[in-house]
Ligand binder design. Structure first.
Ligand SMILES: *[C@@H]1O[C@H](CO)[C@@H](O)[C@H](O)[C@H]1NC(C)=O
Ligand SMILES: *[C@@H]1O[C@H](CO)[C@@H](O)[C@H](O)[C@H]1NC(C)=O
Ligand SMILES: *[C@@H]1O[C@H](CO)[C@@H](O)[C@H](O)[C@H]1NC(C)=O
Ligand SMILES: *[C@@H]1O[C@H](CO)[C@@H](O)[C@H](O)[C@H]1NC(C)=O
Length: 378
C-alpha cells in the first residue's frame, strides 16, 4: 500500500516536472525554432489527443457545394477503359500537359500494359490524369500535341481546370470520381506522380497476395503521422490558419504513390461528396476524407515519400516505389527487373549480405531520403 502510494507520488512529480520542462522549452523555442515547436505540438496532439472529429464538423458542406469543387468538364475521356475486364489495379498517374517525355518513359517501362498482361498475367490500367496548361499562350499548342498523343495511346483523362500545384486536390477529386463512375470494379486503386518509378512486378505480386486474402479497409504507402500544417508563407505547402486551424493533420500517405482497396476508394469517393475541398494539398485532403469515413493508412517500408531509393539489387528485390526519377526510368526498369535480382538475398549468406548492404545504404545518420532504416531488416 505504502510502496504503491510512493511510486504514484513519484510518477506524478515526474510528470509535473516533465510538463514544466516542456512548457518552458516550448515558450523559449517559439522564437528560436518555430519548426521544432510546431512538430512538438503536432506530435503531442496526434499521440496524446488523437481526435479529429473537428474535420467532420468544420469541413462539412452540402452536396452541391462539394460537387462544385471538382465539376469541371472533360476535354479528354475514356469511359470504357475498364469495360469488360477484370482489373487488378487502376493506376492513376498525376501528370501535366507538358510532361510528354515522362509519360512516354512510363509507357515503355513500368506502365507498359502489354508487358504486364503477358509477363505478369494481370490487367493493370494506367491512366494519366491532368488539367489544362495554366499559360494561355502555350495551352493551344500543348493541347494539340496532347490530343495527338491520346489518339495513339488512348490513356489520357483531362478536365478543364488549370493544372497547377494549388489545384492538386481538384486532380484528386477527378481520380476518385472518375474511378467511381468508370472503374469501380478495379480491385485496387493507386495514385502516383509522373516522376515516380514503380516496381510493377513487386507491386503486382504484393497486391495479388492481398487480393487472395480478400483484404478490405486497405490503404498503404509512406505514412505521415501527426504532420503539422506549414505556416511559413514562402513554403508551397503554406496553409493559413483560416483554412486549417488545428495543430496537426490526420494521418496520410505521401502523394508520390499510395494504394487503396476497392472498398476504400468507394468510401473516399463518398467522403468527397460532403467535404470542403479547398485545402489544396491533395495527400492531406485524402487523409481528411479518410478519417471521416474511419479509414487509416498503414506503412509499407518500400513505398518512398520524397527522394530516390539507393541503386542496388538488394533494394530492387523489395522496392515498390521510388520518387524523383526523370531520366533514369529506362535504366532503373532494366536493372530492377533483371531476373538475377531475385536470387540476391536467397540463402543464409544472401540474407546476411543484403542486410549488411541495406544497413550501409539506409541507416546512415542524417539519411532521410527515402526508405527508413527499418527497411534494412525486412
Ligand atoms: C511493351 O511490352 C511488350 C511486351 O513485352 C513489348 O513488345 C513492347 O515493345 C513494349 N512497348 C513499349 C512501348 O516499350
Ligand atoms: C484551379 O483551376 C480553376 C479552373 O481552371 C482556376 O480558375 C483556378 O484559378 C485554379 N486555381 C489555382 C489555385 O490555380
Ligand atoms: C471552404 O473553406 C474555405 C477556406 O476555409 C472557405 O473560404 C470557403 O468558404 C469554404 N467553402 C464552403 C462552401 O463552405
Ligand atoms: C460526420 O460523422 C457522422 C457520424 O459519425 C456521420 O454520420 C457523417 O456522415 C460525418 N460527416 C462527414 C462529412 O463525414
Amino acid at each position: 500500500m505504502f510502496m504503491n502510494f510512493r511510486v504514484k507520488k513519484c510518477q506524478f512529480l515526474q510528470l509535473i516536472s516533465m510538463c514544466c520542462f516542456l512548457s518552458v522549452l516550448m515558450v523559449c523555442w517559439e522564437q528560436v525554432d518555430h519548426h521544432v515547436v510546431s512538430h512538438v505540438k503536432s506530435y503531442s496532439y496526434r499521440y496524446l489527443i488523437n481526435s479529429y472529429d473537428f474535420i467532420n464538423k468544420s469541413f462539412s458542406v452540402n452536396r452541391e457545394e462539394a460537387d462544385s469543387f471538382g465539376s469541371f468538364p472533360y476535354l479528354i475521356n475514356h469511359k470504357d477503359t475498364c469495360a469488360d475486364s477484370e482489373v487488378l489495379l487502376l493506376l492513376f498517374v498525376k501528370s501535366s500537359p507538358e510532361n510528354f517525355e515522362r509519360r512516354q518513359a512510363i509507357r515503355s517501362t513500368w506502365g507498359n500494359q502489354t508487358y504486364i498482361r503477358s509477363k505478369l498475367g494481370v490487367t493493370v490500367k494506367v491512366v494519366f490524369v491532368m488539367g489544362i496548361h495554366p499559360n494561355q499562350h502555350r495551352r493551344d499548342t500543348l493541347q494539340r500535341k496532347l490530343f495527338a498523343e491520346d489518339r495513339v495511346h488512348g490513356d489520357v483523362v483531362q478536365q478543364e481546370f488549370s493544372d497547377t500545384f494549388h489545384n492538386l486536390t481538384v486532380k484528386l477529386l477527378l481520380q476518385f470520381r472518375w474511378a467511381h463512375a468508370n472503374c469501380a470494379h478495379a480491385r485496387f486503386l493507386m495514385s502516383a506522380d509522373d516522376d515516380v518509378f514503380i516496381h510493377i512486378p513487386n507491386l503486382v505480386h504484393y497486391l495479388q497476395a492481398l487480393s487472395q486474402q480478400n483484404v478490405q479497409d486497405f490503404w498503404v504507402g509512406h505514412v505521415h503521422r501527426g504532420a503539422p500544417p506549414i505556416r511559413r508563407r514562402d513554403s508551397k505547402y503554406y496553409v493559413p490558419v483560416q483554412m486549417y486551424q488545428w495543430a496537426s493533420y490526420p494521418d496520410y500517405t505521401a502523394g508520390a504513390g499510395y494504394v487503396v482497396s476497392r472498398d476504400v476508394a468507394a468510401k473516399i469517393y463518398q467522403a468527397t461528396l460532403s467535404l470542403n475541398a479547398s485545402l489544396h494539398i491533395d495527400d492531406v485532403f485524402m487523409g481528411m476524407c479518410a478519417i471521416t469515413v474511419g479509414v487509416s493508412p498503414q506503412e509499407h517500408l518500400y513505398f518512398s515519400g520524397e527522394g530516390k531509393a539507393p541503386y542496388h539489387p538488394c533494394i530492387y528485390e523489395k522496392m515498390i516505389t521510388s520518387h524523383g526519377h526523370e531520366d533514369d526510368i529506362g535504366y532503373l526498369w532494366r536493372v530492377a527487373t533483371d531476373p538475377e535480382v531475385y536470387g540476391v538475398s536467397s540463402g543464409f549468406l544472401g540474407k546476411l549480405y543484403c542486410t549488411a548492404v541495406k544497413i550501409m545504404l539506409l541507416c546512415k545518420p542524417y539519411y532521410s531520403n527515402t526508405y527508413s532504416c527499418r527497411a534494412a531488416f525486412f
